[in-house]
Design a protein around this ligand. Structure first.
Ligand SMILES: *[C@@H]1O[C@H](CO)[C@@H](O)[C@H](O)[C@H]1NC(C)=O
Ligand SMILES: *[C@@H]1O[C@H](CO)[C@@H](O)[C@H](O)[C@H]1NC(C)=O
Ligand SMILES: *[C@@H]1O[C@H](CO)[C@@H](O)[C@H](O)[C@H]1NC(C)=O
Ligand SMILES: *[C@@H]1O[C@H](CO)[C@@H](O)[C@H](O)[C@H]1NC(C)=O
Ligand SMILES: *[C@@H]1O[C@H](CO)[C@@H](O)[C@H](O)[C@H]1NC(C)=O
Length: 697
C-alpha cells in the first residue's frame, strides 16, 4: 500500500465524484488492455491482497479505489480464478467506510487465512470462517465502536471474517483494531505501521503475523492463538536494500533444491529504492530460517554492496576545485568546468553517486562536449572500480583506460541518470602506467556522462545491495497464496510502479497484476536463490507455434515479420562474435517503435530496453533499459522465455533465476518482430513463438 498524506485525501474527494463517469469494459479490448493478465474492469488497483486458495479456486483481493483511476478511497477489490489464467471480478469485498464522501477508514494491504479449526470462534452453523487481516488507515481522529481512540492518519491492524468463502465480509468492530499500535519503543511510528501477512505455523500451532515498520526498515513478528489477540515475538531488520519504505512483508518456507532441507524466505517491497537502473519501487527477498518466533537471515543472503573495503580512491570529485585544478587535462566545454553538486538544471534526478559531488557533463544540458584526461598513474591493483551513469553509446560518451596510448577498456552508462558500479579487470596491464579518459562527444539524446568514485582495489565493486525477486521496474508488493502446499508457493505482484503508476495512459482502469509465478529455492553459484516459473494453464491459451532455427544469425537485423500482440516466446542462442543478441517485439511496421529483449554477452546480463517502446512520454524515467545478471548456461547457450501482452513484457532468463517485468505502451500496429545481433554473429538460434488468446473471452 502507499503511504497517504493530506494531498492524497484532497485528490480522493475529486476522484470520488468521478464514480459515475468510469464505464466498465465488457470486452476487455480497449487500447493497452492486458489480455492474459488480471486488470480490474475499471478504476485504480495496486497491491495484491489476501491471496488464498480453497477447493479449486484461487482468490485474489487487491487494493482498489472504487471511485476513480488514481489512488484513493482504498478498498479491497476481489477476483477469482480456477486456473490462475482466467479471472472473474466480483463485487468489492471491503469498501472504504463512509465512501464516497465521508471516509473514516480505508482498508490497506493485508492477507486472508482460512480458519479451519475455528480458532477465532467466528464460525457459525458449520461454516468455516475466513479471516482477513489488514491495515486500517484512519484519515480522521476518532473513537471507534471498540472504544479505541485513534489518531488522524494512524495505521493499525484489524480483522474481518467471511462465512461465505470470501464473497462478503464482516469487520470485527467489537475489538478492531486488534493491533492498534506498534510496541512502545516505536510509538513514533504509529503512522507507518502496516501490511500484515498472516499464516498458520504448524510446528508451534499458532498464527503468525508479519507487519512492517515501513520507515524503520523493520518487520515485527507477532503470534496468536485466535487471530484476535496478538503478542509481539521478535523483530528483524534493517538489512539489504533500504532505499525506501519497507512494505508488504511476508515469510514462507520452501524446500532447498527439492530436498528435505527447508529454508524460510522473507519477501518485501521497497519504495523507492528498487533494483539498479530502476526508479521507484521493487521487491527483494532474504533467505534464512524461522523457528516460530524469530527470522534469522543466512549470512550469504545479506549484502553490503558498494566499493570493497580498503579501496584506494583515485578521484571522488569532492571539494571546490575545477577539473584542471585537480590534475585533469580538460578540453572543450570542460576546460574551466568543475564537478557538479548532484542534479543539474533540466536533468532528471541523478542518483547513486557518493558524497556531495560527481562529474556530470549535463552542464549546459546535452550540448556540452569535451574530454578529461587524468594524470598518469601506476596500475597497482587488479581492478579499477567506478560509478557511471548517463548515455550508453560508448562512441558518444565513455570512460576509458588507456595504456601506452591504446584504449584497453571502455565503459558507459545505460541511458539512466542512476550511477552504478562498473569494474575493469586490469590484471593484464598491472604495473604499467595508465590514463583515464572521460569523453562526451554528443549533443543530444543521452549525450552526457556521470562518473564518481574512481578507485583501485583487488576486488570488484558490486551493485548488489539486495536479492531482487525481479529486476524490472514493474514488480511490486508480491504476495503468495495461503492454502497451497509448501512447495507450490505461487506469487502475484502489482505490475506497476509508484514512480508513474498514477499517470500510465490506460482508461478506464489503471494497473494490472503480473503473471502468477511459481517459486522454488535452488542453489545457484553456491547460494540459495529463488527461481520463478510462470504458473497457470498456458497450453489452453496458446496456439500456433512458429519455430525458427538458424545455425547462425549474422551481425545486424533479421526480420521476422508479423508475430502478434500477445506472445509467448522461447529463445535460445549461443555466443559467437556478437556483443548483444535478442528479439525486438511489439514493433510497428517500420520499427520506429519496438521493445528489445536480449542478452549482453559482455556483462552477462539479460535486458529489456523500452526506450522506444511506444508512449514513453508520460514520465521522464520511463524510457530506460533494465538489466538482470544471468550466467551463460553450462551448455554455452542462453535461454529466455518472454511473455508479451498488450501493455507488458516479462522475461524469465535461464531456469527462472533472472526475471524482468516491464510495462510498455506500444503503437497501434505493434505486431512485428525481428532478431538483432549487435557487433557480429550469433550461433544456434532457436526461436518458438506462440500467440496467446485473450483470457477474457
Ligand atoms: C462522517 O462519519 C462520521 C462517522 O460515521 C460521523 O460521525 C460524521 O458526522 C460524518 N460526517 C459527515 C460530514 O457526514
Ligand atoms: C466456532 O466457534 C463459535 C464460538 O465458540 C461457535 O459458536 C461455533 O459453533 C463454532 N464452530 C462452527 C463451525 O460454527
Ligand atoms: C560506434 O562506431 C562504430 C565505428 O564507427 C560503429 O560501427 C558502431 O555502429 C557505432 N556504435 C553505435 C552504438 O553507434
Ligand atoms: C566526435 O564527433 C566528431 C563529429 O561527429 C568527430 O569528428 C570526432 O572524431 C568525434 N571524436 C571522438 C573522440 O569520437
Ligand atoms: C501518452 O500518454 C499520455 C498520458 O496518458 C498522454 O497524455 C499522451 O497524449 C500520450 N502520447 C501519445 C503520443 O499517445
Amino acid at each position: 500500500m502507499k503511504f497517504s498524506n493530506p494531498a492524497n485525501l484532497f485528490l480522493l474527494a475529486i476522484s470520488a465524484s468521478q464514480v459515475a463517469t468510469a464505464r466498465p469494459s465488457k470486452t476487455y479490448t480497449e487500447m493497452y488492455r492486458p489480455q492474459f493478465h488480471f486488470s480490474p474492469a475499471k478504476n485504480w488497483m495496486n497491491d495484491p491482497n489476501g491471496l488464498v486458495y480453497d477447493d479449486g479456486t484461487y482468490h485474489l483481493y487487491f487494493q482498489y479505489n472504487p471511485g476513480g483511476t488514481t489512488w484513493g478511497a482504498m478498498s479491497w477489490g476481489h477476483a477469482s480464478s480456477r486456473d490462475l489464467t482466467h479471472w472473474t471480478e466480483h463485487p468489492v469485498a471491503l469498501q472504504a467506510r463512509g465512501f464516497p464522501d465521508n471516509i473514516t477508514e480505508m482498508f490497506f494491504s493485508g492477507t486472508v487465512v482460512i480458519d479451519e479449526h475455528n480458532t477465532s470462534g467466528f464460525g457459525r452453523r458449520g461454516k468455516t470462517p475466513w479471516i482477513a487481516m489488514y491495515t486500517s488507515y484512519y484519515p480522521i481522529e476518532q473513537v471507534l465502536p471498540s472504544g479505541k481512540h485513534i489518531r488522524k492518519d494512524q495505521q493499525a491492524q484489524s480483522i474481518a471474517y467471511s462465512l461465505d468463502k470470501g464473497m462478503t465480509w464482516t469487520t470485527y468492530d467489537a475489538e478492531n483494531p486488534v493491533i492498534a499500535e506498534p510496541p512502545a519503543r516505536y510509538q513514533d511510528q504509529v503512522l507507518e505501521f502496516r501490511d500484515p501477512s498472516v499464516f498458520w505455523h504448524d510446528a508451534t500451532h499458532r498464527w503468525i503475523a508479519v507487519v512492517s515498520l515501513a520507515k524503520l526498515h523493520k518487520i515485527l513478528i507477532y503470534t496468536s492463538h485466535d487471530l484476535k489477540h496478538w503478542d509481539l515475538a521478535s523483530e528483524f531488520g534493517p538489512a539489504n536494500a533500504v532505499g525506501g519504505v519497507w512494505e508488504c512483508p511476508s515469510i514462507f518456507p520452501l524446500s532447498l533444491d527439492g530436498s528435505s532441507d527447508v529454508k524460510w524466505v522473507l519477501m518485501l517491497g521497497l519504495n523507492p529504492g528498487g533494483p539498479p537502473g530502476t526508479v521507484g519501487s521493487g521487491t527483494q527477498y532474504i533467505v534464512g530460517n524461522f523457528d516460530g518466533t524469530t527470522f534469522t537471515a543466512d549470512t550469504d543472503s545479506i549484502h553490503d554492496g558498494g566499493a570493497p573495503e580498503g579501496s584506494v580512491i583515485f578521484e571522488d570529485f569532492e571539494g571546490e576545485k575545477t577539473f584542471a585544478e585537480r590534475g585533469w587535462t580538460a578540453t572543450g566545454d570542460l576546460t574551466n568546468a568543475s564537478p557538479a553538486k548532484g542534479t543539474l538544471a533540466g536533468q532528471n534526478p541523478v542518483t547513486g553517486f557518493l558524497g556531495e559531488q560527481l562529474l556530470n557533463t549535463f552542464l549546459n544540458g546535452d550540448a556540452t562536449t569535451g574530454t578529461l584526461s587524468s594524470t598518469p598513474f601506476e596500475i597497482s591493483h587488479k581492478y579499477i572500480n567506478f560509478l557511471v551513469g548517463g548515455g550508453s553509446n560508448t562512441n558518444e560518451t565513455a570512460i576509458r583506460l588507456k595504456v601506452d596510448g591504446r584504449t584497453v577498456h571502455t565503459s558507459a552508462g545505460s541511458n539512466s541518470e542512476g550511477l552504478t558500479w562498473q569494474s575493469w579487470d586490469v590484471t593484464a596491464v598491472e604495473g604499467k602506467e595508465g590514463v583515464i579518459e572521460i569523453s562526451d562527444n554528443a549533443t543530444g539524446g543521452w549525450g552526457h556522462i556521470n562518473v564518481d568514485q574512481i578507485s583501485f582495489s583487488n576486488m570488484r565493486a558490486t551493485n548488489n545491495v539486495a536479492n531482487w525477486l525481479d529486476w524490472g521496474p514493474d514488480f511490486y508488493a508480491a504476495l503468495g497464496f495461503n492454502g497451497l502446499p509448501r512447495d507450490q508457493r505461487t506469487v502475484i505482484a502489482w505490475m506497476n510502479n509508484w514512480q508513474y503508476g498514477g499517470v500510465i495512459p490506460t482508461d478506464p482502469w489503471r494497473s494490472a497484476m503480473t503473471i502468477p509465478r511459481h517459486l522454488a529455492l535452488k542453489t545457484i553459484d553456491g547460494k540459495a536463490a529463488l527461481v520463478q516459473e510462470p504458473a497457470g494453464k498456458w497450453k489452453a491459451l496458446t496456439r500456433g507455434g512458429r519455430v525458427f532455427t538458424f545455425r547462425r544469425v549474422d551481425g545486424g537485423i533479421r526480420e521476422l515479420g508479423r508475430l502478434g500482440k500477445t506472445l509467448q516466446i522461447e529463445l535460445t542462442f549461443a555466443r559467437d562474435k556478437s556483443s548483444t543478441f535478442g528479439i525486438a517485439v511489439a514493433a510497428n511496421r517500420d520499427y520506429t517503435s519496438e521493445t528489445r529483449v536480449g542478452y549482453d554477452f559482455s556483462t552477462q546480463e539479460v535486458f529489456i530496453d523500452r526506450t522506444r517502446s511506444g508512449n514513453v512520454s508520460f514520465d521522464n524515467t520511463f524510457a530506460s533499459v533494465y538489466r538482470a545478471p544471468l550466467s551463460v548456461g553450462a551448455d554455452g547457450t542462453v535461454s529466455l522465455r518472454v511473455f508479451v501482452d498488450w501493455s507488458s513484457v516479462e522475461v524469465f532468463g535461464g531456469e527462472g533465476e533472472a526475471t524482468i517485468t516491464s510495462q510498455i505502451f506500444p503503437e497501434k500496429d505493434a505486431v512485428y518482430g525481428r532478431l538483432f545481433s549487435t557487433g557480429g554473429s550469433t550461433n544456434d538460434v532457436k526461436l518458438r513463438v506462440k500467440e496467446v488468446d485473450s483470457a477474457w473471452r
